[in-house]
Design a protein around this ligand. Sequence first.
Ligand code: NAP
Length: 292
Amino acid sequence: MTQLLNGNKLAIDIRKEISKEIEKNIRNKKKRLPHLGIILLGTNSSSLTYVNSKIQECKNIGIESSLIHLPNDSSERELLKEIQKMNNNPLIDGFIVQLPLQKHINSDKIIMSINPKKDVDGFHPENFGKMSLDMKAFVPATALGILTILDRYKIEISGKHTVVIGRSRIVGRPISILMSRKNYLGNSTVTLTHSHTPNIDYYTKQADIIITAVGCPGFLTGKMIKKGAIVIDVGITIVKDGKKSFLKGDVDFNSVYGKASYITPVPGGVGPMTRIMLIKNTLMAALNNENK
Ligand code: NAP
């Protein structure tokens, strides 16, 4: 039998825990509420959806958020100026620049310009490096969400073979590093695969845990996994069927369900956990902020 890993339910539990911590360590001490800044460039529909859901999550939990929405054709210099304002604003505890950015913007330069102490996405090399070295750092929200799912469902990672599909900076690479860390919630043997990996099913068939972050609906089928594998589906693709549109994961759910031991659904798996982990990182930034 396959058990669903219910990200919606976990996110509700974690929301309550965060609210309690805000009550205890912020409201009761008469401190300012945590404040998340978001910079969005342009009107890409997926980015708009993601940003709106992040703002909604802040509202649900009762923390502050500010959105700076710049036009599509804003220059790199204009974006850098907004980042400096967020860096210098003592009332902003942490902020993100919604990715992906337009082709005329150098994303590396943008990420490097964010104050690492406010980098609640965990994409700045200082945080990414610290994470890789098992030091305290902001960890990218999706990777943190996946680890939290595995932890809360008491799924053993140590000694297991994990195959990650996709090596992006925001998902595949950080989760492959975290799963292999010499740490509680680590100690897995990790194979990181990508578009240049021939015969991916050779690897996936051996995996105890498969984490797929490709963005290709139905990519991972039942034939590609061994019985009892744990399957974490990060993929989210909007698929149109006539006038209706649906969210699809990377996993061919029908063929994997029944063969896997655990699976995250799409929607309702990793997505809600990503949003709540961003809030968790913002709370961490707020508690570290000396200007409170
Ligand atoms: P990305 O930057 O486009 O990376 C996709 C990765 O998949 C790349 O490493 C690419 O390999 C690899 N890939 C592409 N085709 C492949 C193939 N045929 N076989 C094996 N690997 C292949 O995407 P991303 O930002 O990581 O996002 C991936 C998916 O996760 C998207 O659907 C996105 O919407 C979703 N996502 C979901 C959440 C969430 O909260 N649930 C958060 C973030 C992203 P190369 O490196 O060789 O190009």
